[in-house]
Design a binder for this molecule. Structure first.
Ligand code: EPU
Length: 428
C-alpha cells in the first residue's frame, strides 16, 4: 500500500490541468451497455475507480480496451445481465448498471451495494424509479432482481428527504431511453455530470429534452447506436485546486475549471474575500498571495448548490482563516471523517449535529494521518500542504480513486510530495 510524504509550507505556483470527471465516466461506462455497437469515450481520467468500472463492464461480456491514454473503447455485443457481489461491493457506483441492464436485457441482477464510510447511502429512489417504469423488483440473497419485460415510460418524481439523487437519476434516465413511450423525471439531479451523460446518450440516439434542468423528458427509442464522447472536466478536482491554492496562499492558473459548474464555490470564496479571476470559459486564475480571508457559513446542497464533494476541502481552508466558520452538511450528515484527523494536526473543529464549527486560524503541524475516503483525503492533503513539518498520509489509495496523477500535478506546482510504500514509513 502507498502513503504520501508531504513537506508543508510551500505556496502552490504555476499551471495545472484538470482531468476528466470521474463521476461522469462511471455512468458513461455503464451507458455503453445500452448498445451492441462500439462507444469511444475520451478524456477519461486514469483512476482506480475507472479501471474498476472497466473491469466490471468487461466481466459482463463487453470488449473493453484502453488504446491510448485517457481513451476507452467499449463494445458490448453479447452481455450478461448479472453483476456479482464480488465486483459490485468494491464500488458503489456500479449500482448504475441497473438501469442499462434492465433496458437492454429486459432483466438485471445487481448485487446491492453496502454501507459506506461517508454515511448511509440508500437506493430506495433507484427502486422507486424502476418500479414507476413498470419493472417488477425483488431482493434475494443480497441481489436486486429486476424484471423489465413490461418496462414503459412514466412520470416520476425522483426525490427524497435529501433532495435529488445523482446515480439514481443516471439509472432511471438510462433505463427510460429504451422504454416505450415518454418518461418525465421530475426533480432530476442537475449535476453537470448528469447533463454530460445526457449528451452522450443523445449522441447514441436517445431523445432527451431539458438536459441540465430538474425536469428531463425522455422519448423512448427501440435501439441505440455507438457514439464518441469527450468527458467534461472534473469540477470537484478544479474546486480542490482552487481551495488548495488559497490555503497555501499560492498563485495558480487552473485549466479546465469551468466557472458555470463552480458557481456556488466561487460565490462562497469571493464572499470570503478571495481573488478568483475568470480567464475564459474553462480557465480560472487564483491569486492567494497576501490574502486575508474572512470566515464563511456554507451549506452543502444538490447542484447548483455548494457540493458535498468539496465540503471537507473547504473545512481545511477555513482552519487557516481567522474567526468562526460554520459548514453544514445536508447531503451526507455523517461525512466528517476528516475532522478528527485535522484535529490531530492542530485544527480546532467541533461537530454540532450536521455542522462543523471551525475556529481559525490555528497553525497546523505535520503528523502521521489516515485517509478515510476520497474527499476527506483531499482535505488532509491540503492541510498537509499548509502544515509546518512533514505529514505522512496513509491509505492514499482513497486519493487515487478520484484524483489523476495528483502527486505529479502537485510537484509541478512546487509542492514537496513523495509517494512512498508503507514499508518505508518511519516509526511514529
Ligand atoms: N439518497 C436516498 N435514496 C436513494 C439515493 C440517494 O435517500 O435512493 C440520498 C443519499 O443518501 C444522499 C442524497 O440522496 O443523502 C444524495 O445521494 P446521491 O444518490 O445523489 O449520491 P450518489 O449518486 O450515490 C454521487 C457521487 C458522490 C457524491 C454524491 C452527491 C457518483 C459516482 N458519486 O453519489 O461522489 O458525493 O453524488 O453529490 O457520482 C465522490 O466522488 O467522492 C462521491 C462520493
Amino acid at each position: 500500500m502507498d502513503a504520501m510524504r508531504i513537506k508543508g509550507g510551500v505556496r502552490l505556483q504555476g499551471e495545472v490541468c484538470v482531468s476528466g470527471a470521474k463521476n461522469a465516466c462511471l455512468p458513461m461506462f455503464a451507458a455503453t451497455l445500452l448498445t451492441d455497437q462500439k462507444c469511444v469515450i475520451k478524456n477519461v481520467p486514469d483512476l482506480s475507480d475507472v479501471r474498476f468500472m472497466a473491469e466490471i463492464v468487461a466481466s459482463l461480456g463487453a470488449k473493453v480496451s484502453n488504446p491510448k491514454p485517457n481513451v476507452w473503447e467499449i463494445e458490448a455485443k453479447n452481455i450478461s445481465s448479472r453483476a456479482p457481489y464480488d465486483l459490485v461491493r468494491k464500488m458503489r457506483a456500479s449500482i448504475c448498471l441497473l438501469g442499462p441492464l434492465s433496458a437492454r436485457m429486459k432483466r438485471a441482477e445487481v448485487s446491492m451495494p453496502g454501507g459506506c464510510v461517508i454515511g448511509a447511502r440508500p437506493i430506495d429512489l433507484h427502486i422507486k424509479g424502476l418500479k414507476a417504469l413498470n419493472c417488477a423488483i425483488e431482493t434475494e440473497g443480497g441481489y436486486l432482481k429486476v424484471d423489465a419485460r413490461r418496462m414503459k415510460g412514466a412520470n416520476i418524481f425522483l426525490g427524497g428527504r435529501f433532495g435529488s439523487t445523482v446515480t439514481g437519476t443516471a439509472n432511471i434516465l438510462m433505463a427510460s431511453v429504451l422504454a416505450s413511450g415518454t418518461t418525465i423525471i421530475e426533480n432530476a439531479a442537475c449535476e453537470p455530470e448528469i447533463a454530460d451523460l445526457c449528451k452522450m446518450l443523445a449522441k447514441m440516439g436517445a431523445i432527451i429534452d431539458g438536459i441540465g434542468s430538474p425536469t428531463l423528458e425522455i422519448t423512448g427509442v427501440p435501439k441505440l447506436g455507438g457514439a464518441e464522447h469527450t468527458v467534461l472536466p472534473d469540477r470537484i478536482e478544479a474546486g480542490t485546486w482552487i481551495i488548495a491554492t488559497l490555503a497555501t496562499r499560492g498563485k495558480v492558473l487552473i485549466k479546465g475549471a469551468v466557472k458555470k459548474d463552480l458557481g456556488a464555490l466561487i460565490d462562497i470564496l469571493e464572499s470570503a474575500g478571495a481573488n478568483i479571476q475568470i480567464k475564459s470559459k474553462s480557465d480560472i486564475f487564483v491569486d492567494g498571495e497576501g490574502l486575508k480571508l474572512k470566515p464563511v457559513e456554507a451549506v452543502t446542497m444538490p447542484h447548483p448548490g455548494f457540493p458535498t464533494d468539496l465540503q471537507a476541502q473547504l473545512t481545511t481552508l477555513m482552519t487557516q482563516v481567522s474567526g468562526i466558520s460554520i459548514i453544514t452538511e445536508r447531503i451526507y450528515p455523517e461525512r466528517f471523517m476528516h475532522v478528527s484527523e485535522l484535529g490531530r494536526m492542530g485544527a480546532d473543529i467541533v461537530r454540532e449535529g450536521p455542522s462543523a464549527i471551525i475556529r481559525g486560524k490555528t497553525p497546523l503541524s505535520g503528523a502521521p494521518i489516515m485517509a478515510s475516503d476520497l474527499r476527506a483525503s483531499a482535505a488532509l492533503l491540503i492541510a498537509a500542504l499548509c502544515a509546518k513539518g512533514e505529514t505522512f498520509i496513509q491509505r492514499i489509495y482513497h486519493l487515487d480513486r478520484g484524483y489523476e496523477s495528483i502527486d505529479k500535478k502537485l510537484a509541478l506546482l512546487g509542492a514537496k510530495v513523495e509517494r512512498i510504500s508503507d514499508s518505508d514509513l518511519p516509526s511514529f
